[in-house]
Design a protein around this ligand. Structure first.
Ligand SMILES: [Zn+2]
Length: 244
């Protein structure tokens, strides 16, 4: 993939500040809860002191009675902590950083088979900047839920539509094909899709819906700059500029 190095550098800077922000937000959440519930801090302090005592007793004395006692104290404290969490209507995940990408924890990289590789979220960002050039284009607003087949005529007319089925029945078949395409995307035997037809039939909308679904599944999407797609981007940009 041909790529401007500065794009990656810029993105990694963005990732690292995004990640630091999420970590510091988590820290703030913890400090806030702990300042209102000082008992939580006491419990944590006691728990870490027990952990050290446990390690020491295992290494030095291996005193079973002491170990049991420490374990019992630990369990009691953990239960108390759970009760406080329950009262506050939170669980331990409340204190974790809420990263945008759970795969790479906003680092941009994941480890697979002891190897570091670029996460799909970062790959997609690079694709968007380098190829798709549509950073301002929000694909998430294209969803199958909004793709209403009611807009299509249910009249079957061979002469008018050049088909024995109605446009509505036809688009429903196409929708089914599109859904199967998404479902079987990883199957190498699955064939590509090509939509042809006049403007205004919903080809762009349908393609964007498919792209959106694939993005949700952490797949990478590359937009081909076919004139029809360009049209819609230019139209979108114009609308955006008009809004300013
Ligand atoms: Zn990621």
């Amino acid at each position: 993939m041909k790529m401007d190095n500065s794009t990656l550098k810029q993105l990694l800077t963005e990732y690292s500040s995004k990640r630091n922000k999420k970590i510091s937000e988590a820290k703030d959440r913890k400090e806030q809860i702990y300042s209102k519930n000082p008992r939580l801090q006491e419990i944590d302090d006691e728990l870490s002191s027990y952990a050290i005592q446990t390690a020491k007793s295992v290494l030095q004395t291996n005193n079973k009675n002491l170990l049991n006692e420490l374990n019992f104290k630990k369990e009691t404290l953990l239960k108390e902590k759970e009760e406080i969490y329950k009262d506050l209507n939170i669980d331990s995940s409340y204190f974790y950083p809420h990263f945008e990408c759970n795969m790479c924890k906003d680092t941009g990289y994941i480890t697979e088979n002891y190897r570091s590789k670029m996460c799909n979220c970062l790959k997609q960002r690079i694709f968007d900047i380098e190829y798709n050039k549509i950073n301002s284009f929000d694909i998430s607003k294209y969803s199958f839920a909004d793709f209403s087949t009611d807009l299509y005529s249910s009249e079957a007319n061979v002469e008018k539509y050049n088909s024995p089925v109605s446009p509505k029945a036809n688009i429903e078949i196409i929708k089914k094909i599109a859904n199967n395409f998404i479902k079987n995307f990883d199957n190498p035997k699955e064939k590509n899709l090509l939509f042809t037809g006049n403007t205004g039939l919903g080809k762009t909308f349908l393609s964007n819906c498919i792209a959106n679904e694939l993005l949700k599944e952490n797949k990478t999407v590359l937009y081909q700059t076919a004139p029809i797609m360009l049209d819609s981007i230019i139209e979108y940009r114009l609308r955006k500029i008009n809004k300013l």
